[in-house]
Design a protein around this ligand. Sequence first.
Ligand code: ATP
Length: 305
Amino acid sequence: MGPPIRIQQVWKSYGSVEAVRGLDLTVPPQSVFGFLGPNGAGKSTTIGLILGLLRPTRGTIALFDQDLDNNRSVLGRIGSLVESPSLYPHLTGRENLEVHRRLLGLSTRAIEDVLENVGLMSASSRLVRQYSFGMKQRLGLAQALLGGPELLLLDEPTNGLDPAGIYEVRALIRDLPRRCGVTVFLSSHLLSEVEQVATDLAIVSKGELKFSGTTAELRTRSKQAVVLKVDQPQRAIELLVGLCRDLRREGDQLSVAPEDGIDAARLNAMLVGAGIRVSHLMTQHMTLEDVFLELTGPANAGGAV
Ligand code: ATP
C-alpha cells in the first residue's frame, strides 16, 4: 500500500494569490506528520486540497496511491477535524457519537471502541455542556475516528485549549497510530506544538516547502552561533563576511554563524589581530525555534545585516 498522502508539484492560486507553490510532500504510514508554518503559509489550503474540498491549480495528490482526481471514493478512508467539533451540548458524549454512528450506519460496537481510544468511557454519560474544552476536543476526535479512518487530518487541533486541554489532546494524538493504526496529519503554526507530537514534519512558508523530514533531522540543522561585542562593529562585519553566515548586528553586538571548520577562538584571534577590541564573546546553540524562524524567512527572523 502506498503512502497515505503523496503530493507532487501542487500549486493552488486564488486569483492572483498563490497560496501553495510547487508543494511536494510524502506522508509515511503510521506517522504523526506535523505540517508547520506561520499564518498565511498555505496550511488550510493544503488541508482543503487533501480533503478534496479544493482542486489544485496544477499538480497531483494521491491518497494511498490513488489519484484523488479520479478516485474520490478514497476520501472515505479519511477522518478529519478541521474546525471546532460540532457537538450537541444538551446530549451526552455517547449520544453525540450515536448521532454520527447512525448517519454512518455503523455497529454500536464502534462507539465503545472510540470512547475507549480517546479516554472518554467514564465521562460518556455526562452532558457535553459539562465537558472541559479538552474533553470536547477529544469527543471531536472520537467523531472523526468513528468510521475507522486510515488517515486523520487535524487543523490546529489544540487551538483555543488551556494548558491542561493541550496536554491531554497532545498525549492522545501521539498515541493514535499505535492505538488505532491511523496516520495523523496535523497542521500548526507552533513549532513547540508539533515538536512534541510529530514523528515527521514539513515546514512551509509563503506556500513553499522549506523543510521535510524527521524532527531529529531538523535538529541537525541547528548550528552554533557566536555572539561578540566589539568596539568597531562595521569593520568587524567586513572582516567576518567570508568566514560566517547569518550576520546580525544590534548596536555593538554581533551574532554570526561560523562556516564549517571555523570556531569562536579563530574569529576572536582574527578580530584582535586586526586591532578590533572584543569585549564579549559567547557561543550559543541555535534552538529548533531559531531554525524554524530562519527557514520561514527574514520577515519572521528579523535583524539580519
Ligand atoms: P492560517 O494559519 O492563518 O489559516 P494558513 O497557513 O492556513 O494560515 P491559508 O489559509 O491556506 O494559510 O492561506 C494561504 C494564503 O492564501 C493567504 O495569503 C490567504 O490570504 C490566501 N487565501 C486563503 N483562502 C483564500 C480565498 N478563499 N481567497 C483568496 N485568498 C485566500
